[in-house]
Design a protein around this ligand. Structure first.
Ligand SMILES: [Zn+2]
Ligand SMILES: [Zn+2]
Length: 182
């Protein structure tokens, strides 16, 4: 899959859609875009292919989907795999995106752990282009590499149903960048 598909929540989206349809397989970012395999009942695979471009995340712009039929490998479960290193980088990097309504609600909620945290972001919003140092778009290839996530942020990052599942710039006042005025 090619287009603006990295840093926009595409892998979590594919993970959710495959889970919903009971499909096994994997998804990863590669140097061209997003590569994925699904395995399961023919009807479910077809439904997956039909829905894939239609229900993609708000910041994604799918330019091309190419698919090939493969022999089933008896895979079970669906995984987000590590991006392979190497290859000629050709993936589009998405622009930064203004804070989404969900993050704004947290920003102004005194009870939220990100209350007034200027770098609040999630899979649907936040910095992309300004933090990218290379593709595939993964945290180690961004300026966020130096900020190790705290347990609370890591739990969000690892939870497939969380809005911050695999959100590369995920941060909070405990573990992310801070800002002060002098
Ligand atoms: Zn957001
Ligand atoms: Zn944190």
């Amino acid at each position: 899959m090619e287009g603006t598909v990295q840093g926009v929540g595409f892998r979590p989206y594919v993970h959710r859609l495959a889970g919903e349809l009971g499909l096994a397989g994997f998804v990863l970012n590669d140097e061209r875009g997003v590569l994925l395999e699904v395995e399961g009942e023919a009807a479910a695979v077809q439904a997956f292919l039909d829905r894939l471009p239609l229900e993609s995340p708000p910041l994604a712009a799918v330019e091309r989907v190419s698919s090939t039929r493969l022999e089933p490998t008896g895979e079970t479960g669906f995984a987000i795999r590590e991006s392979p290193a190497g290859g000629e980088p050709d993936a589009l990097v998405s622009p930064d995106s203004a804070t989404c309504v969900d993050c704004l609600a947290e920003l102004f909620d005194p009870a939220d752990r990100r209350h007034r945290y200027p770098f609040v972001n999630c899979t649907n919003c936040g910095p992309r282009f300004t933090i990218v140092r290379g593709v595939p778009y993964d945290r180690p290839l961004t300026t966020m590499a130096a900020f190790e996530m705290c347990p609370a942020c890591q739990a969000e990052y690892d939870d497939p149903v969380d809005r911050r599942f695999h959100a590369q710039p995920n941060a909070c006042p405990d573990c992310g960048p801070s800002l002060w005025l002098v």
